[in-house]
Design a binder for this molecule. Sequence first.
Ligand code: ADP
Ligand code: MG
Length: 388
Amino acid sequence: MAEPQVVLEEALRAFRETYPDCEPRIAVAAPGRVNLIGEHTDYNQGFVLPMALPMVTVVVGCQSTDGNISLCTLAKEADEPKRLEFPVPSEGNPLTPGLPNWANYVKGVIQHYRAGPLPGFKAVTASNVPLGGGLSSSASLEVAVYTFLQQICPDDGDLVQKALTCQKAEHTFASMPCGIMDQFISVMGEAGHALLIDCRSLQVTPVPISDSSLVILITNSNVRHSLTGSEYPTRRKQCLEAAKALGKDSLRDVSMAELKAAKARLDAEVYCRAHHVISEIKRTAEGAEALKARNYWEFGKLMVQSHNSLRDDYNVSCRELDELVAVAMDGEGVYGSRMTGGGFGGCTVTLLEAAAVEKTIQRIKDNYSGTPTFHITRPSRGAHVLQL
Ligand code: ADP
Ligand code: MG
């Protein structure tokens, strides 16, 4: 059975148990993502090159007439309570962030939804995107909820505004000042393609990856270091500080020559952060060209450079991710490997020849000091309605 179908069945079963008086009438899915290259560049108005995954968050449900929203998540890792109910927000009675944490992603989307008034509804969400694994379960949840709301109260269908609204939900309700990548790819992903997203112009260019001899392997380190919460906003501030010092709005507008010329007057750490971002933006643009030309060795080289830059200049890698990349690269038929997502744990992404997959997985199992999980994956479609 296709992956979204398995998650759908799980959600439908739980819906019928939780709300025995209602029939589920709507089902939607939104994917997680893996970023092939272009890390920590989105909030610097640079390029990113993610692809949507076959792993999805599903929301199933139906409208109700009692003026309430009733929600339930099946995610084991989500904080308690997993089920909650609150009145449909109104001008005088808006939703506000609170506990449980997981519901903030949902409430933020409901509060910022671009059409209304919303009716009440009952919904269950299920997902096979690992939570907190760097594959963007958070954006997949936001985009799935938004797509669900579109079915009960249609908006104008503008995809860019949809992604931006989900990003706003994460900023204001989950206190995570993320860039636009995760929500954009979850909304706009295309089967068989990565998307080169220009985070300044918001222009999206599909880049085909459908070579049957090529495999994209995600390896989950299954570690997550807890400093993530404060480190991300700090990096964001440092990037802004570097751009300001150079008289620009963002690091997208700063060349490497300009940065180097300003080295003496920049804080040493701020310089390194900017060095990563400026070099990564260039690598991402070059990477998209290499992928289009099916020059996988060139793309792989850029992936490893990206990892090293994230490790040394941006300081967002960790021992486990470095280990996974080193072990992956230490064999034949592997084009490139790098940490993916925000860092401090989560996953690596490896590009390799199909013929090398089995040996590479075995090598990682034999040599990684932790317990890895593997996903051989493919570029998949963005958020969509599921037939019931
Ligand atoms: P990532 O997006 O990389 O998976 P984040 O820390 O950004 O990691 O988001 C993970 C958080 O998103 C979880 O801790 C949880 O609060 C919320 N979340 C994601 N998916 C679900 C889900 N299916 N049900 C409930 N909460 C979820
Ligand atoms: Mg996230």
